[in-house]
Design a protein around this ligand. Sequence first.
Ligand SMILES: [Ca+2]
Length: 138
Amino acid sequence: MDPFVVISFGKKVFRTRIIRHSLNPVWDEKLLFHVREYESAFKVQLTVLDWDKLSSNDHVGDASFMVSELLADAPQPDPVTGLYDDDADGKHPMKEFQLPLSTGKEMPWEAKHAPAITFRYVVFIVLMLSIHDRVVDT
Ligand SMILES: [Ca+2]
């Protein structure tokens, strides 16, 4: 199989590279989602496909999760100051998440292997504040 993954979130669609001839692919690709308030109720859909040079790609399996499941891990502001700690800068370690891949029942390989897809993620808040010196013409 020559798998790749299509990841969709709202109207955004991402696609990993194809890994040739692998049943245990590791993509190690980074994806950055900007989640707006109204998007926190959205689902992230992962579709694994088997690339095919000659015909159309074959469907391998699907997995999905609610983005709110990950947002539950978002750093919380200090209740008094409303500010975030230094560890809210996205440098803290990634968490791992594994999802079973739901596959077509008629597919003999999938029925035997119960494949799962694993990803790591980190949720962070980007706050950019600055105070500028104004350039004043004198
Ligand atoms: Ca193929």
